[in-house]
Design a protein around this ligand. Structure first.
Ligand SMILES: NC(=O)c1ccc[n+]([C@@H]2O[C@H](COP(=O)([O-])OP(=O)(O)OC[C@H]3O[C@@H](n4cnc5c(N)ncnc54)[C@H](OP(=O)(O)O)[C@@H]3O)[C@@H](O)[C@H]2O)c1
Length: 319
């Protein structure tokens, strides 16, 4: 697979979100299945793996997902890029020491002595300049290769960038969540910061497999509150799904692949991290890197999309 740069970090053009092996989409697979699915993605050209300290069943067991990723990638560590994230909960004292302590715990679970890309998962009460200073120091020490912010708008990004250059911004972004197009992605392009869309398939909507009749799980399933996935909004968003199905047929691809190919064509700084806990669908999503849209096809897709109303909006303010 081709590579793209997240400032200083080369990654496969499509990465892999590992969250669902631990959290967010109902029942989780056996650990052995998850480990093999991650290794299989690597064998198929994926080098970029996304996790977070908090990903665990019901968000109740810190490190569950990092442990899986660590076991899966230990033997190929030097050929992979691991991104993980921390939360700061208003801890007192040195921000550097707090961030370093979270990082050390993550590194132990990830079976590594460095993290390629370390994100602050959400802005809390700690000023972003203090976080940037701590991240810059950790980068100088070689404990991380780059750092990033998640779910942020351009004012926060710019304040951080003045202190320690960011490698990536990870925001929600898909055909139905386009707030970052206004200011964030242009800023990232200008400053050579990678833009990593999370939930790029809109939590499954853009795969075309979800209908108003789809029942989500009751435990730990974010699809129960993703705005585009309420029964009435799924129905409202069907024209977008139909558009993807039409393009997919034309390009001998799948709707999920077309939605990823669209963003890859649109922006050279974008590296999506689709998530799936299914081995075959993971490979399908990685295959989006092989779906080349011509400029005409992209323009037609974009124009059709711009003419369709999106039902449901989470935006950058949403958790
Ligand atoms: N920074 C943040 O705050 C934040 C927030 C959320 C997520 N993330 C990261 O972003 C990654 C991706 O986000 P996400 O998992 O929320 O959303 P996503 O990638 O848009 O969608 C995941 C959902 O779509 C389904 N799906 C994926 N590919 C499919 C395909 N080809 N065909 C049919 N269904 C498909 C999955 O089901 P199956 O599992 O059944 O395939 C799952 O239900 C996560 O793994 C995580 O690493 C970060």
């Amino acid at each position: 697979m081709k590579t793209r740069m997240l400032r200083n970090i080369p990654v496969s053009e499509v990465g892999m979100g590992c969250m669902a092996f631990s959290h967010g989409y109902g029942q989780i697979p056996d650990e052995a299945y998850s480990i093999e699915a991650i290794r299989n993605a690597f064998r198929h050209g994926c080098t970029f793996f996304d996790t977070a300290e908090i990903y665990s069943p019901g968000l109740s067991r810190i490190g569950h997902n990092e442990r899986i990723v660590g076991k899966a990638l230990e033997s190929v560590r030097s050929e992979t890029v691991i991104a993980t994230k921390l939360f700061l909960h208003g801890e007192s004292g040195s921000v550097y020491r707090t961030v370093r302590s979270h990082l050390e715990d993550s590194m132990e679970r990830l079976r590594t002595d460095y993290v390629d890309l370390y994100y602050l998962h959400r802005m809390g009460s700690v000023p972003v300049e203090k976080v940037a200073e701590a991240m810059g120091r950790l980068e100088e020490e070689g404990l991380i290769h780059g750092w990033g912010l998640s779910q942020v708008d351009v004012d926060i990004i710019d304040r951080a960038q003045q202190v320690a250059p960011l490698s990536a911004v990870q925001n929600i972004y898909s055909m139905v969540e386009r707030d970052s197009e206004k200011r964030v992605i242009p800023y990232c392009m200008e400053h050579h910061i990678g833009f990593v869309p999370f939930s790029p398939i809109a939590s499954g909507l853009l795969s075309g497999k979800i209908t108003p009749q789809t029942r989500f799980e009751t435990f730990d399933d974010v699809r129960n509150w993703v705005p585009q996935l309420s029964k009435s909004n799924i129905a409202g968003n069907l024209p977008i799904v139909e558009m993807l199905k039409t393009f997919a047929e034309m390009k001998h691809a799948t709707p999920a692949q077309i939605s990823l190919a669209w963003m890859l064509h649109k922006y050279p700084c974008v590296v999506p991290i689709p998530g799936s806990k299914n081995r075959e669908r993971i490979l399908e999503n990685l295959g989006a890197a092989e779906v080349e849209l011509t400029d005409e096809e992209f323009a037609s897709l974009e124009e059709t999309l711009n003419g369709l109303k999106v039902y449901g909006h989470r935006g950058l303010g949403g958790f």
